[in-house]
Design a protein around this ligand. Structure first.
Ligand code: SAM
Length: 363
């Protein structure tokens, strides 16, 4: 469906193209109010390929920041990706926190020219649940159920005020507990957990995505929650706290101004009811992360692709990993462009794409 790129490209601004855009469904820029035509006109460069540029249906190895500028302007209907989350994976070890922020900010900014007007950038990301923050007070939790000594903080304070000349050892002897217990009750910490380690907090990423999206020229359009399996084994922080398990991630939909074709028949009525119109998607996460550290499920990519694009449109993933988005694009009759930094993942993605093509040919 080339409606959007044809209808909203600059070539439509001339009178000769008007009949054509009307035939395509009347989505031409002339339908917009004059002030919007003036504002959006400069965005609407024709979707012509760039010399030496990235072609659809290929995987490219390299840093997304070097390769994204080589994609033809206004040529991508949807970009869907899951970036490094800054949670200590091997593939993000080259990034500092500032470097991670700069990577995402730059990549979002580089998307604006290449997305078609009315098209989308959808980012799958999660909050960082154990974000190290050296400025946090080093106070650990009091595991009251596990307390072996019945001595309370109030007992210690009372004993100290009644016996102002006593040191901690004497107070401990008086109360029948250890000096360490007196110290814990007074300072609210213990050596194992709190005194020396940098403390961790939640880093909420949604605000950053909103800010970077808006400054690139996009508008936040929607957000959904992907509920995955509860990661009990990764959730050590839940045992001595009131924190929840790691069991959901976000999908942030950023929209590039332009006319968006809304075609209800892209998915079935049952699919609209079950997930198309729903804010929460429950999809099991990929269990066998043996060949890549953090794949997202094929079903997640397939839903985003089917909801937001038409067959033959181009879907981009510039953090391609094992190639899931490309496989979803192929299986649903879309084209793809894949970018991935690491050689072994490029090879993995190419293998998955090749077997998806073989399966499709046999189908
Ligand atoms: C969360 S994973 C994506 C997984 C993918 N969605 C899948 O299903 O397999 C992020 C990927 O980004 C890649 N990556 C990290 N920095 C990159 C960069 N600067 N440019 C391109 N890819 C990068 C990593 O190697 C990793 O494969």
């Amino acid at each position: 469906m080339e409606t959007r790129s044809i209808a909203l490209s600059r070539t439509n601004l001339g009178p000769a193209s008007r009949g054509h855009s009307a035939a395509e469904g009347g989505h031409s820029i002339e339908r917009l109010p004059r002030h919007l035509q003036v504002r959006l006109g400069p965005l609407l460069r024709p979707a012509v390929s760039v010399a030496g540029g990235l072609e659809p249906d290929r995987v490219y190895r390299g840093d997304a920041r070097s390769l994204l500028p080589k994609i033809a302007p206004n040529s991508v209907a949807l970009s869907f990706w899951s970036p490094p989350y800054f949670v200590g994976k091997n593939y993000e070890a080259y990034l500092s926190y500032q470097g991670w922020q700069r990577l995402l900010e730059t990549v979002i900014d580089q998307h604006f020219p290449l997305i078609k007007p009315g098209g989308f950038l959808v980012i799958n990301i999660a909050d960082i649940l154990c974000f190290k923050d050296a400025s946090m007070p080093r106070i650990s939790a009091a595991a009251v159920d596990r307390r072996r000594s019945v001595v309370t903080r109030e007992d210690v304070l009372r004993a100290m005020s009644r016996n102002p000349g006593m040191n901690r050892y004497q107070i401990a002897r008086l109360l029948g507990c250890s000096e360490q217990t007196v110290d814990r009750r007074l300072n609210g910490n213990n050596i194992r957990g709190g005194k020396y380690d940098v403390q961790t907090r939640v880093k909420i990423v949604g605000g950053l995505i909103e800010q970077w999206g808006l400054s690139a020229g996009f508008y936040p359009y929607d957000r959904r929650i992907w509920v995955k399996d509860p990661a009990w084994e990764n959730s050590r922080w839940t045992t001595l706290s009131y924190k929840a398990l790691d069991e959901f991630e976000y999908l942030y939909f950023l929209w590039k101004p332009g006319i968006t074709s809304v075609r209800r028949s892209r998915i079935t009525k049952a699919e609209w009811r079950d997930w198309g119109a729903r804010g929460v998607w429950t999809i099991p996460s990929v269990r066998s992360n043996d060949d890549h550290e953090a794949k997202f499920p094929l079903e997640l990519a397939a839903r985003v692709v089917r909801l937001l694009t038409e067959p033959k449109e181009v879907v981009l993933d510039c953090f391609l990993g094992s190639g899931t988005t490309a496989v979803a694009a192929l299986q649903t009759g879309r084209r793809f462009i894949g970018i991935e930094l690491r050689k072994e993942y490029v090879a993995l993605a190419k293998r998955r794409i090749a077997s998806a093509r073989t399966e499709l040919r046999g189908a």
